[in-house]
Design a binder for this molecule. Structure first.
Ligand code: FPP
Length: 263
């Protein structure tokens, strides 16, 4: 069924522009099948591919996936090294597909701790897709929200020290701009799969006004239907940005009147 043009525009407007996902549950998914945890991570890659394709189809502008947190180094050495190998393989294998599908890949996080080989592959993958103009796919690897904020603070301190910035004049926007230059901008919808209800040091600054959606689905099972439910929940929620419900409704009515006026 094709929606009338005005409705299509309204749906497009209501869609989240930046979706971030904490992909949790790979290990449990594998264990439920009597397999090693790595089996779950491999199945997780298929889910990543599916989510990227879904995001492209529904017109999401940026998708940020939490692939490896700064705390994940604490996992058994064997799992960490297998994950690093998986990242290497996936980067090599998928970059051409991303390029052909107009996806721009960015890796956010402290990549300096990765092997030379992985760092090189990251650089190549980013370079190869840099001119793409479709979905921006951010993969958070060795990423921590506090690390991200610390980086911004250090940059601000350097600017103050050099005299380029007056400490009394620092604004929230200065910090947001720096965060965006370093990593990513504000998130509209944060999804966490796997049943837990926490943010786990993900995009702490950028989720200040995000809608949170928690799904019991384990990441390897997170399909288009599950993603669609998260989007539908987002669209049905009223985002107030500190205003009252009445103010938001008045704004929406006003927008609607303007739209009708220009129709
Ligand atoms: C969390 O599940 C998952 C991870 C820490 C790794 C995520 C990696 C992938 C999905 C594959 C690679 C992705 C890319 C983008 C190359 P968990 O192991 O914590 O699961 P559990 O809570 O059931 O133990």
């Amino acid at each position: 069924m094709t929606l009338p043009e005005a409705q299509q525009a309204a749906v497009k407007e209501a869609m989240p522009k930046h979706v971030a996902i904490i992909m949790d549950g790979n290990g449990r998914w594998a264990q439920q099948r009597g397999k090693l945890r790595m089996f779950g991570h491999q199945a997780g890659v298929k889910s990543v591919r599916r989510a990227v394709s879904f995001a492209t189809q529904v017109g999401i502008q940026s998708l940020t996936l939490f692939a490896f947190s700064s705390e994940n180094w604490r996992r058994p050495e064997e799992e960490v090294s297998s994950l690093m190998n998986l990242f290497l393989t996936v980067l090599q294998r998928e970059v051409k597909k991303l390029k052909n599908n107009n996806v721009q890949l960015r890796i956010i996080g402290d990549t300096s701790r990765f092997s030379e080989k992985l760092q090189q592959r990251i650089a190549v993958a980013q370079q190869e897709t840099a001119d793409n103009t479709g979905l921006v796919l951010n993969i958070a690897a060795n990423y921590g929200g506090r690390w991200d904020m610390l980086n911004a603070c250090q940059q601000l301190c350097r600017q103050v020290k050099s005299g380029a910035l007056d400490e009394q004049q620092i604004t929230e926007q200065d910090i947001s701009t720096l965060m965006e230059e370093n990593t990513v901008g504000d998130v509209d919808l944060l999804i966490r799969t796997g049943g837990d209800h926490r943010i786990s040091n993900f995009l702490l600054w950028q989720t200040a006004y995000a809608e949170f959606y928690f799904s019991d689905v384990l990441w390897p099972d997170f399909d288009d239907d599950a993603f669609g439910k998260a989007i539908a929940a987002f669209v049905s929620r009223e985002r107030r940005f500190g205003c009252t419900g009445e103010q938001v409704q008045a704004l929406l009515n006003n927008n609607q009147q303007n739209e009708d006026h220009f129709a």
